[in-house]
Each structure stands twice: as C-alpha cells, then as structure tokens.
Design a protein around this ligand. Structure first.
Ligand code: RB5
Length: 148
C-alpha cells in the first residue's frame, strides 16, 4: 500500500502519479490535498507519516515544491525513514541501503516523467538486508527510541 500526499505545489504531480499507479495496478490512498489552495506542508506530511508509522511495510510518497519540508516533517515520526530524492540512484539507494519507507519529491525540481521513474524504482527496489545495512538502520531506530 502507498499513501500519497502533497501540498499545493505538489498537487498536480500527485494527480499524474495517481494515474501512473493505476496503470501499474498499484494500490494507493490519496490523503490530500485536494485543491491548489495554499496550505502548510507539515499538516499533510504528518498525516502520511502517521500512516507509515502505524502500518509497517507500507510506503509513502510526499510531494511539495522541493521535497525538503515534507522530509523534515515526516522524519519526526517513529519508524519513518523519509528520503528526499531527485534522481534514480538516490531512489534506488534509499531503498537498498536505508530501507526508506517514504520518498519525498520536489515538484519544482523534477518533471513528471522523472517522478514516475523514481516512484517505480522506489516501490520495486528491496532493502539489501545485509548485516551492515541492518545494523545502521537499527542505529537510527535506537536514536529514535532515545529521542529527547
Ligand atoms: C511552498 O511554497 C513550499 O515552501 C513547499 O512546497 C515546500 O517546497 C517546502 O519544503
């Protein structure tokens, strides 16, 4: 399952990605926004990140102007590893090495064709669960548990 969210800047790209996910027969839930009215990205980042935090094994895609605000916000939730991604290597490695479960995209940085490519790579690439990668991800979780 993929949870989608955007602010006003990412609204159009989110629409294009929904069509693409339908073509891929990939199940998704669109958590908004549903208009191009200006809104605050932390509100939607929080909503999507809560879903990922509560449902291990699911993915999120968050889109704003740059992807930055969405990533900063989403990473405040336990169990969330959000990666801001602008090219194919970043999308692949965020999964292989970091076990990222949210990808954030910048609608003002990349075009829709690239966004589709990145989403496909992200959802199809497994985590390389070798000891060193797992150990590093576990250290992130440890920091999260002891968060001040
Ligand atoms: C909105 O103008 C913009 O700040 C937002 O979409 C995002 O890029 C924040 O990180």
């Amino acid at each position: 399952m993929i949870y989608l969210g955007s602010d006003h800047a990412g609204y159009e790209m989110k629409g294009a990605l929904k069509e693409y996910l339908n073509e891929l027969n990939q199940e998704f839930v669109d958590l908004g926004v549903f208009t191009t009215d200006s809104m605050d990205y932390p509100d939607i980042a929080r909503e999507v990140a809560e879903k990922i935090s509560e449902n291990p094994g699911t993915f999120g895609v968050l889109i704003c102007g740059t992807g930055t605000g969405m990533a900063i916000t989403a990473n405040k939730l336990n169990g969330v590893r959000a990666a801001s991604v602008v090219n194919e290597t970043m999308a692949e490695m965020a999964r292989r090495h970091n076990d990222a479960n949210i990808m954030t995209l910048g609608a003002r940085l990349i075009d829709v064709a690239m966004a589709k490519k990145l989403v496909k790579i992200f959802i199809e690439t497994p985590f390389d669960a070798e000891e060193r990668h797992q150990r590093r991800v576990d250290k992130i979780t440890e920091i999260e548990k002891n968060r001040k």
